[in-house]
Design a protein around this ligand. Structure first.
Ligand SMILES: Cc1cc2nc3c(=O)[nH]c(=O)nc-3n(C[C@H](O)[C@H](O)[C@H](O)COP(=O)(O)OP(=O)(O)OC[C@H]3O[C@@H](n4cnc5c(N)ncnc54)[C@H](O)[C@@H]3O)c2cc1C
Ligand code: FES
Length: 254
């Protein structure tokens, strides 16, 4: 799969170590689905997997948190600089049924793919619980994406009780009537995903995994799901808890 050069249109610091990046690919990118991701080539550093946060015509947006060298370098680039994209990768995940009631649980930068998921999905009701450690990690999601602001309700949870409900996403989940939802989708740290899968049983519970992705093409095997034949870069990143329960437990323990 060829690398597509993309020009940075803007890069904005939204919150503590958190950035919004908008790029315009120089060639046509095939249609993208929510939870598809790109390997983003950061000049002189590496390729890193980032989810599509939003798409407006031929502009693609990412939301990312600085973790190490790749994301740090990306955060220092300027409008006009060139990066490159390989993708879209993965199978993606979208809901297209007006009868569904969806509960989305996002931990930290797990919020990244959610705006695009909301913009492309059809459903009856979507409630989003976004949990962070402290308020400095928050940004105003509804202001950032006014086109979708009416399409969901938002509950903010902070672990240090500095904003919204006090506690973790799991604490919030325990106080919610989960029977009101036909689909539950969780995105965030592995430990959080593992606990969600332990707490909510059923076929309608999904998690977006963040295993190590290297080639993105189904060749290197680095993104394999433990105790299965599945690869995140081909069949993921969204799986049902039933498919990845063992993988999550093992990943948290190791
Ligand atoms: C499908 C997928 C989608 C993702 N989408 C987003 C997103 O939209 N926004 C966002 O902020 N982050 C996202 N991530 C995580 C992001 O890829 C890592 O934070 C990034 O690769 C870190 O690179 P680095 O060079 O800055 O840090 P490094 O110092 O290289 O790594 C820091 C930590 O990041 C993780 N990491 C490093 N390399 C990879 C890799 N190749 N694949 C997966 N995890 C890695 C590891 O936990 C590592 O300990 C996604 C990961 C996956 C697998
Ligand atoms: S990242 Fe290489 S097989 Fe998935």
């Amino acid at each position: 799969m060829p690398l597509i050069p993309a020009r940075i249109l803007y890069i904005e610091n939204l919150a503590e170590n958190t950035y919004r990046l908008a790029v315009k690919p120089l060639y046509r990118v095939e249609d993208v689905k929510p939870f598809n991701f790109f390997m983003v080539w950061v000049p002189r550093v590496d390729e890193i997997p980032l989810s599509i946060a939003y798409r407006r015509r031929d502009v693609i947006e990412f939301l990312f948190k600085v973790r190490g060298e790749g994301t740090r370098k990306l955060s220092t680039l300027y409008p006009g600089n060139l990066i490159a994209l390989k993708g879209p990768l993965g199978r993606g995940f979208v809901v297209e049924n007006d009868l569904e009631n969806i509960l989305v649980l996002a931990g930290g930068i797990g919020i990244a793919p959610i705006p695009f998921f909301i913009s492309r999905s059809r459903y009856r009701r979507l409630d989003l619980v976004w949990g962070v450690r402290e308020r400095g990690e928050l940004f105003n999601l509804k202001n950032l994406y006014p086109e979708i602001s009416e399409k969901f309700s938002l509950i903010i949870v902070t672990e240090d009780c500095s904003y919204g409900i006090c506690g973790t996403v799991l604490d919030a989940l325990r106080s919610i009537d989960i029977n009101a939802y036909s689909i539950i989708l969780a995105v965030g740290p592995t430990a959080m995903l593992s606990k969600v899968c332990e707490y909510v049983k059923g076929n309608n519970v999904y998690v977006a995994l963040g295993t190590m992705v290297k080639c993105g093409l189904g060749i290197c095997g680095s993104c394999y799901i433990k105790s299965s034949t599945k690869l995140l870069c081909i069949e993921g990143p969204v799986f049902s808890c039933n498919e990845v329960g063992y993988h999550l437990r093992e990943s948290v323990d190791s």
